[in-house]
Design a protein around this ligand. Structure first.
Ligand SMILES: *Cc1c(COP(=O)(O)O)cnc(C)c1O
Length: 376
């Protein structure tokens, strides 16, 4: 029997240290490793940019959790994502969602397009738009579902079918859906990316990103080449912290999701709320697709207030347990007015607040929202 997620999270990549019998793995800070007299490297480690034991352990664990063939770890989620696009050639075409992590979209438009990437932005919750955007030179479709910050849902299996017709790869930014929540390889996707900064590490104290592939092919080899030769790799300590965080990931996610579901219900029924975007609500326009491809609906949600931007800012200011801060996936609840961080060209509604629901008790979180909404 294949071990289940909880077991893999604790054991994959973690071994008793053979030199000291330490139960928790040591942190290997050395940048360089000794050769044998015959010039060989019997442990496989030469120089820490290309290989490091702590990074190898983290990559091994992610591969096991995702059920893929191999993984690479990076110093940030953005470095992981940009490496996928960099593995394309000038003149090749990629399709991205119109609602996605804004930093990556900015990078693609300001750096990659001038270097020769052809890019189309579509509403990926609408398959007709994806179909219309596909060209003979389309090599990559980048999915982010649920999307950031509108929680739009893309039908992964259907996009995969469209991509296969032209031989394009499908990569999913699964940062909002940690391993076990949205098994994209079973749906036919080729690659999964995580900003491990978020749920994987889980404690808002380490930056990182990972890529996992379903098969080791030439595209993957190019990604590994870029990772090792550019060196946007996480430090041994970052890898160690992330692997430590992952050990509690499946249990943390249960708590995050339970709290988010309760908060989504509460806000959805509140008279001052215009709209709650959460794929677990039956009122979500793509709830059926979400139900088909997600094992749970995650812990991110957005709320829009009836009385506009001022009310949204007032709600965020009146909360005591939710911290006004960017990022997500840590144990503490965060709330953020996305339009102001995204800047003047943001399409995000001004009355929207995005919430990363943490692991405090849900009754306390709801009471906090209740008191802050009263003052709005
Ligand atoms: C945070 C995030 C990223 C970027 O990760 P960094 O580690 O901040 O570079 C990418 N995609 C999503 C969905 C994210 O939430």
């Amino acid at each position: 029997m294949k071990p289940k997620l909880e077991t893999l999270a604790i054991h994959a990549g973690s071994e008793i240290d053979s030199a000291t019998k330490a139960v928790t793995s040591p942190i290997h800070l050395s940048t360089t490793f000794e050769r044998e007299a015959d010039g060989s490297f019997p442990q496989g480690y030469i120089y820490t940019r290309s290989h490091n034991p702590n990074r190898a352990a983290l990559e091994h664990c992610i591969t096991a959790l995702e059920g893929g063939a191999a993984s690479t770890a990076f110093s940030s989620g953005s470095a992981a994502a940009s490496t996928v696009f960099r593995a394309l050639k000038p003149g090749e075409h990629a399709i991205i969602p119109d609602d996605m992590y804004w930093g990556i979209r900015k990078l693609l438009k300001q750096v990659f397009v001038p270097w020769g990437l052809e890019l189309s932005e579509v509403d990926m919750s609408n398959l007709a738009e994806v179909r219309a955007a596909i060209k003979p030179n389309t090599r990559l479709i980048w999915i982010e579902t649920p999307s950031n910050p509108m929680l739009k849902i893309t039908d992964i299996a259907e996009v995969v079918k469209l991509a296969k017709k032209v031989g394009a790869k499908v990569a999913c930014d699964n940062t909002w859906t940690p391993p076990g929540m949205q098994p994209v390889f079973e749906l036919g996707a080729d690659m999964v990316m995580h900003a491990s900064t978020k749920y994987l590490a889980g404690h808002s104290d380490v930056l990182g990103g990972t890529l996992t592939t379903r098969e080791k092919d030439a595209f993957w080899e190019q990604i590994v080449f870029i990772q090792k030769n550019e060196g946007a790799v996480p430090s041994p300590f970052d890898c160690w912290l992330t692997l430590r965080g992952i050990k509690t990931l499946p249990y943390r996610m249960r708590g995050h999701v339970e709290n988010a579901e309760a908060i989504a219900q509460f806000l959805n029924e509140h008279p001052k709320v215009e709209r709650v975007s959460y794929p677990g609500l039956t009122s979500h326009s793509n709830h059926e697709v979400a139900k088909k491809q997600m094992t749970s609906f995650g812990a991110m949600l957005s709320v829009q207030l009836k009385s506009g931007e001022e009310a949204a800012m007032k709600l965020a200011a009146g909360l005591k347990l939710f911290t006004r801060a960017t990022s997500l996936g840590g144990v503490e609840s965060l709330i953020e007015h996305r339009a102001s961080i995204e800047g003047p060209d943001s399409k995000t509604p001004k009355n929207l607040l995005r919430m990363s629901v943490g692991l405090e008790h849900k009754d306390d979180l709801i009471a906090d929202l209740e008191q802050a909404l009263e003052a709005v």
